[in-house]
Design a protein around this ligand. Structure first.
Ligand SMILES: [Zn+2]
Ligand SMILES: [Zn+2]
Length: 350
């Protein structure tokens, strides 16, 4: 029996909210294991319980509608997930204390809901609806693994920062107003990221890792998640240790993290989104689409992630008026299509 796009969307919503509900219950029960240590000050137990109630309710409604429309095993999955969440204790699950923190399920849920509620609807307005791109499942695996492991990378980066810069830490930065700190963070991070990114294009061993990010032949809200774990580890460690050295405060780093997460998804959206003259100052989707182009004129250009003027300053700027790339992807490399194939592919270049 064929199903309408609306029915498919309700079914997907029931599953996404069901998974989110289970993850949030795990965050409540085992905060030490599943939540981001940095964010616990804001995503308090009370906030988690309210969020779980809302997500559970949304999943129950979507699951009920789906099952009402179509009685199949797949349509029952959303309800099955939310019932599992309730069996685990739902919004009233007991909280178990513990120490150490390695996973960030809270971060995965937050960004996952943002993806479903904000970016996918924007993308649908920008580009006519098409069937799901080949490779979306691999990118979903990247989305999950990179989000879940964010906490581990931050802990590692902070430890490296503490080890290297403990005695030379700049304390005065913490007295700057929050907005100024966030602006400084964006600038400092983009400067570091510019040269790290450029090195990844120019040094063959690093390109073998970064080629994974460029291997998507089409861009969309999920394609930006395709980043090899080694690249995520390298970038986060460099940035977290630098932030430690510079002495930025926790709220400023959290705000910066949220802005960067939104920006990383925006830049890869399917469709043609440009900011007009601002494209020359701030990195827009159009600017980053050219970075992903395999057209000869665009190779190894537009490295910045936030401030487009960095590419003007360092001579790698490419933004033709009124034109968009014709092709995307890598030029001659063969990047495997599976997650684990991509995971091990850089080893062949050693
Ligand atoms: Zn690149
Ligand atoms: Zn990209």
């Amino acid at each position: 029996m064929s199903s309408s796009p609306r029915e498919n969307a309700t079914e997907a919503a029931a599953i996404v909210f069901g998974v989110a509900s289970i993850l949030l219950v795990l965050c409540i029960r085992f905060p030490a294991l599943f939540t981001t240590e940095l964010a616990r000050e804001f995503a308090t137990e009370r906030v988690l319980r309210v969020a779980t109630s809302l997500v559970t309710l949304a999943s129950l409604v979507a699951g009920g509608l789906t099952l009402h429309n179509r009685r199949s095993l797949r349509s029952a999955l959303g309800l099955g997930l939310v019932l599992t969440s309730l069996l685990l204790g739902g919004p009233t699950a007991p909280r178990l204390a513990g120490s150490g923190s390695l996973l960030s399920a809270d971060w995965l849920v937050l960004d996952g809901l943002l993806l479903v509620a904000l970016f996918i609807p924007i993308e649908r307005r920008l580009a006519s609806h098409r069937t799901l791109r080949a490779g979306w499942k691999v990118d979903a695996a990247y989305f999950i693994s990179n989000h879940l492991l964010a906490q581990s990378f931050i802990v590692l980066g902070a430890a490296v920062g503490h080890f290297l810069f403990h005695s030379v830490r700049i304390e005065a930065t913490s007295r700057l107003p929050l907005a100024l700190q966030v602006l400084c963070l964006l600038l400092v991070a983009d400067l570091f990221q510019y040269w790290l990114h450029r090195a990844m294009h120019e040094i063959p061993a690093l390109w073998a890792i970064h080629a994974v990010h460029h291997s998507a032949d089409e861009l969309d809200a999920l394609a930006g998640s395709r980043v090899h774990l080694a690249e995520t580890l390298l970038t986060r460690t460099v940035l977290a240790s630098t932030f430690y050295l510079m002495g930025f405060t926790l709220p400023a780093i959290l705000l910066f993290g949220a802005l960067i997460a939104i920006q990383a998804t925006l830049l890869h959206l399917r469709g043609r989104l440009s900011y007009g003259w601002l494209d020359r100052v701030i990195v827009s989707p159009k600017f980053h689409h050219w970075h992903h182009s395999s057209d000869r004129e665009a190779l190894d250009t537009n490295y910045a992630g936030t401030f487009a003027f960095l590419d003007r300053v360092f001579g790698s700027y490419h933004l033709p008026e009124g034109r968009w790339p014709l092709r995307y992807g890598v030029v001659k490399e063969v990047v495997p299509s599976s997650y684990w194939g991509q995971f091990f592919s850089p080893l062949k270049h050693l």
